[in-house]
Design a protein around this ligand. Structure first.
Ligand code: ADP
Length: 478
């Protein structure tokens, strides 16, 4: 239950409502106060104006011309009709004239100081019967710089209070309504914007290792969610790919391991069937030794692949490729000569790269070994050339060559062109070579002409900085 409310969309709606309520309440208070003070000022202005009109109507020849019992001038009547109360006091405080609804209301402002200092003042008095607030303006009537009487003009504040009350009621109704609307709209908008996240969650929950072909396939938009969906799909694609390759690899590896084991079982079975001559046992042991060697080579290759896959090899040492290539060529020369092949190498001095000499030796040994294996006559040439950013090593042979259709798959694990296995091998050599080159941030490629020969090209980045003295040149371990 708590989790249901603890969602981004609910939080978004609550934040929207909270922010809006703060803003609207602030705005409402501001409008209420400003309107209240403006209305009060307009009442005061109109009281002052009415007082001036009343004075003009009530003074004649420097004297107050109105008194109780005498019909008042039309200006006073009109002010009375507009709801004003007008009272004129003599200097002794006696009322000379009083008209209007609040003419009996007492206002304690008729003191001597007010009269003498020509002061004007405003007072708000509560009418005792209706509890109605009434605003009064008191001012001296001055003729020839002399105060001759006091005028008091009053007006009810009821209409102002009415207006303010209506405003308050409107605010009290509209603010919660607007807040509820905004919260609802915020919730819906957030729900709409976040619905792809629900899809992502559901898909992620339903995916297992055997089910990685699923994709979100969200509509391609260039916003955050669109990019998240696309990244998720790409990641799933990569996972799917790597799981599939892993499964394929395990299947191939098991198959490859089973072949020598089956051969060994067969040899043992045949030998056990009946008593054999010592020569027979010797031959069986030789065969078993051959199969064991095959198994060992396979397991070593698998280990090497796993090691390169998890990048555990140190490839941060300076390696002199010139020495390393020459040593590889020297070590492989007897093997080449055993097949009457000439192995030549053209390697300039001082070619430094950053890498792991063990892995690089394995890489070039694999390539030279293949060249010898798949060449029956002619020559093998190992050549290295420093380029601007790379050292380019090419290994060419005049062997059987590789058909174009096989070139694409040559670096796949367990891929062999000659499935009859007339030549010993397990199809892992080139795959290992490729992982080593990739671990060294280099490239490997092959070109071949069937019946003419094959050339492998390896490009390895030149060491940009001087070799680090604390990590001495790595010696190859042949
Ligand atoms: P293998 O253990 O079979 O040699 P590799 O991965 O080293 O495995 O090589 C894969 C396949 O590529 C080989 O089976 C072979 O058919 C082909 N190949 C590799 N190098 C050469 C070469 N120099 N000339 C002709 N074919 C080659």
């Amino acid at each position: 239950m708590i989790q249901r409310y603890n969602t981004i969309r609910v939080r978004f709606a609550l934040w929207t409502a909270g922010l809006l309520i703060t803003a609207l309440v602030g705005f409402g208070i501001f409008v209420y106060l400003i309107l209240g003070s403006e209305l009060a000022r307009s009442v005061d202005d109109s009281l002052q104006l009415s007082a001036a009109q009343a004075i003009t109507a009530a003074v004649d020849n420097g004297q107050i011309s109105v008194s109780d019992g005498v019909p008042e001038p039309s200006a006073l009547t009109s002010l009375h009709d507009r709801g004003f109360t007008i009272r004129i006091f003599g200097l002794d405080g006696t009322i000379l004239k009083a008209i209007g609804a609040f003419s009996d209301l007492t206002v304690n402002s008729l003191d001597a100081a007010t009269i003498q200092k020509h002061h004007t003042r405003f007072d708000t008095v509560i009418e005792p019967v209706q509890q109605e607030p009434v605003r009064f303006y008191t001012a001296p009537i001055v003729v020839n710089n002399r105060v001759i009487a006091i005028i008091q003009v009053g007006q009810s504040l009821d209409s102002i209070n009415d207006t303010l009350e209506k405003l308050l009621a409107a605010l009290l109704i509209s603010v919660p309504l607007l807040v509820a609307l905004a919260a609802g709209a915020g919730y819906l908008l957030a729900a709409r914007a976040l619905s792809p996240i629900d899809t992502i969650t559901r898909t992620a929950q339903s995916i297992s290792a055997h089910d990685l072909h699923q994709r979100l396939n969200l509509p391609a938009t260039n916003d955050e969610i669109g990019r998240l969906g696309a990244t998720f799909d790409t990641m799933l694609g990569r996972l799917d790919d790597s799981f599939r390759r892993e499964r394929q690899f395990t299947a191939d590896a098991s198959h490859e391991l089973r072949t020598p084991l089956t051969a060994m079982q067969t040899i043992i079975g045949v030998v056990r069937e009946t008593r054999r001559s010592p020569e027979h046992y010797e031959k069986a042991l030789d065969d078993l030794g051959g199969e064991t060697n095959r198994l060992r080579a396979l397991v070593e290759n698998l280990l090497q692949l796993a090691r390169n896959d998890i990048g555990s090899n140190a490839i941060s040492k300076s390696v002199d490729l010139s020495i390393l290539l020459s040593d590889v060529a020297e070590v492989m020369t007897p093997l080449a000569e055993s097949k009457a092949l000439s192995l030549t190498w053209i390697v300039p001095d001082n070619m430094l790269i950053i890498g792991s000499s063990d892995d690089l030796v394995r890489l070039f040994m694999n390539l030279v070994d293949n060249a010898i294996k798949y060449t029956d006559r002619g020559k093998i040439t190992l050549q290295a050339k420093p380029k601007v950013e790379w050292i380019e090593v090419t290994l060419s042979d005049t062997g059987i060559g590789i058909d174009r259709e096989h070139l694409l798959h040559l670096f796949d694990r367990f891929y062999r062109v000659d499935l009859s296995r007339s030549v010993q091998g397990n199809g892992l050599g080139l795959s290992i070579a490729q992982t080593i080159v990739q671990a060294h941030h280099g490239q490997i490629s092959v070109s071949s002409e069937l019946g003419q020969g094959t050339t492998f090209t390896v490009q390895l980045p030149i060491a940009t900085s001087q070799p680090n003295l604390s990590s001495p040149l790595e010696k190859q371990t042949l």
